[in-house]
Structures are given as C-alpha cells and as structure tokens.
Write a protein that binds this ligand. Structure first.
Ligand code: ZN
Length: 353
C-alpha cells in the first residue's frame, strides 16, 4: 500500500515545497510519514467536520489547501477549533497535509491555472514570476559531467548547461591522448530558484568526484517564468465589463462580486489570483490588465484601483473552490488502489443573503 510519504512525494513533484512563501506552513502537519494510506479526502480547509467526514469515508489522509496550523502551538488542549481539529485527527490516526502557496505558485496544475480554465482565459502566464535567486557554477571532470548534471537536475536545478571547457593545468589539452581527455574539466552552470540551492549543493557534494567540490554562486535579478504569483491572460474575444463580471459570478459560483467602478472599456486582458491577491495589484496594473479578479479586499484597499483597473473581489472560498477537485484529480490519477474523495463539507465561513 502507498504510504503518506508516497502521496506527499507525488504532490511535491507538482508543487515543490520550496516554492511556498516565507510565511506559509505547507507540508505534513499531522501524522506519520510511514503510515499506509487507506483513503484520501481533499479540501480547502481541514476543519473538524472535514475530519469527521474523513472518518466516515474511511480516509486516513486529508490533503488540504490551507494549513490548519500557521503559527507555533505552545500547548494542545482543544481550546479552539484549530487545536480540536488536530486532537481529533491524532485520536483517529488521520494525517493532515497542506499544499498551499507552493500550489498557488506553479504555472501548471496550480490553483490559478484552474481558475483561468474555469473563466475561459487563454494565453495563461504567471503574473509575478519569482526571482531566480542564484546561479550555481561548478567545474566537473569530463568523465563525470552526465552524473553530476543529472544529480543537480534531480535536486531541483533548472537549465543546467555546459558553458565552457578547460584543462586541469590551464593549458590546451593535447588532442588524442586519453589521459588528457580525462583531465579536462567542464564548467556547469545551473539556475537555482529560491530555496533550492541547499539541495543542489548537497547533490554536488555527493556526486562530484573531488573531495573538495569547486563551486561558487552568483546572485541574479532575473525571474523564472514558470513559478510565481497570480496569473495573466486574455479573453478569446473582448467583452463588456458587465458581461464579463456576470460570467465570473456564474462560473466561480460567487454569492456576490464586490468590485470597483467600471471604466466603460472592453475587457480583454485579465489578471487573477486565488485567495488574498491584493499584493499583486501593482503587477496587474503594470501588465495592463483590465480586470483583477481576487478576494479579501477591504474598503480602503478598493481605492487603489485608481481608475486604472477594475478590482473584482469574488470571495476567498469561491476563488479557490476548484482546488478541491484539482487535488482529487491529481491524486486519483496516480493512486487507484484506494479512493480519493473531494470533501462534501462546505467549509466557507462566509454566507451571503
Ligand atoms: Zn486561500
């Protein structure tokens, strides 16, 4: 039977934990990595009713979008819903795993791709690509290039390339001599995104044949287009603002949309971010988006639209609800030996009337 760890590894191939934001707490929150999985329940929020549903459905792993624990707990006594949920999960041998901003930040099969599909937006791309932190540069004997190259890629390095070749004694190797061929050094350069440099350098230490591994790192200001926050894309046909907001309301099953003044301009380019996306407003404006679809806007923050864009707040749960099915699909296509269910509990704490 697959273990919790097997499931975690599959999820983390799609959304590596190193791509989560600094404030986040994605990962295994409750449970034993080695436990055999009997069934999985996917949800946005792993609340007490969701734990009860997992028990009813025979699931011993809950895969949630939001981490139930964000801050450190100094005691665990059941005095609030967070502590009660955790205690109930532990009592019933249920593991809880959260796949949060790392799933927000991937281009493919992430939270925002699903929203873009739901809204029928084409040409989808990351709105604010993450900064590529550094370049890791090493020199490797010609004979070990393939091995070191694949170890770096496995550890999460992007675009490992062979840059130049040089000889051990810094002179040109006489051609045709086997020993000199082995003496040749090849320079490898790898782009490494934020957080991955540790594993990449560890992999170098493990697979590089020299005891003292020669490497150095260079900080970069450039970005990596496949990882980052929010998304941007275009409607197949420009449409009136009212018509677009009606489509958003219907397809995102929004109880209501709180939006800023319409600009009497057709909507063509759209930016969006599941969950609280206010931090992306400058990026959405800079990208020339006509509408920014997100959630969790407060009164004064709406003024920031400043006649340059229409902010449309559709509700936090509404913006991310399709993540529940997304996770169910990602898991059930890999693990058919047990059932993976989408929660039937409505965990949205907000109601409209
Ligand atoms: Zn969220």
């Amino acid at each position: 039977m697959p273990t919790v760890l097997d499931v975690v590894q599959h999820l983390e191939q799609i959304a590596p934990p190193v791509y989560q934001e600094g404030y986040d707490n994605a990962g295994l929150i409750v449970g034993d990595r080695g436990a055999e999985v009997r069934g999985i329940l996917t949800c946005l929020d792993s609340t007490e009713p969701v734990v009860a549903e997992a028990i009813r459905k025979g699931c011993n792993l809950i895969v949630a979008h939001h981490p139930i624990v964000f801050k450190g707990l100094k005691s665990l006594t059941g005095r609030n819903y967070v502590e009660r949920t955790i205690l109930e999960a532990i009592r019933n041998d249920i593991a809880i795993y959260a796949i949060h901003t790392n799933l927000d930040n991937v281009l493919s099969r992430g939270v925002n791709e699903r929203i873009g599909q739901q809204l029928g937006i084409a040409n989808r791309r990351i709105l604010a690509p993450k900064k590529v932190l550094l370049k890791v540069i090493t020199t490797v004997p010609y004979t070990h290039v393939a091995e070191v190259h694949s170890a770096m890629v496995e550890a999460g390095a992007q675009h490992v390339s062979v840059i130049e070749q040089m000889s051990l004694d810094n002179g040109a190797p006489p051609s045709g001599q086997e020993e000199n061929l082995h003496g040749r050094l090849v320079r490898l350069e790898a782009m490494v995104t934020h957080g991955v440099q540790g594993p990449v350098i560890q992999a170098l230490g493990k697979y590089h044949p020299f005891e003292e591994v020669p490497y150095h790192t260079v900080s970069l200001e450039s970005t990596y287009a496949e990882i980052g926050s929010g998304m941007l894309g275009e409607l197949p046909e420009p449409m009136a603002e009212e018509a677009f907001l009606d489509i958003v309301k219907e397809r995102m099953q929004a109880g209501c949309i709180r939006h800023t003044a319409l600009r009497q301009k057709k909507v063509e380019r759209v930016a969006w971010c599941g969950g609280a996306g206010r931090f992306l407003l400058p990026a959405a404006k800079a990208a020339g988006a006509d509408v920014f679809v997100t959630s969790d806007y407060k009164y004064h923050e709406f003024f920031d639209a400043d006649s340059q864009i229409v902010i449309a707040d559709i509700g936090h749960f509404e913006s991310e609800q399709y993540t529940i099915q997304l996770l169910q699909e990602i898991l059930s296509e890999k693990f058919s030996i047990f059932a993976t269910y989408s929660t039937e509990v409505r965990t949205n704490p907000v109601f409209y009337r």
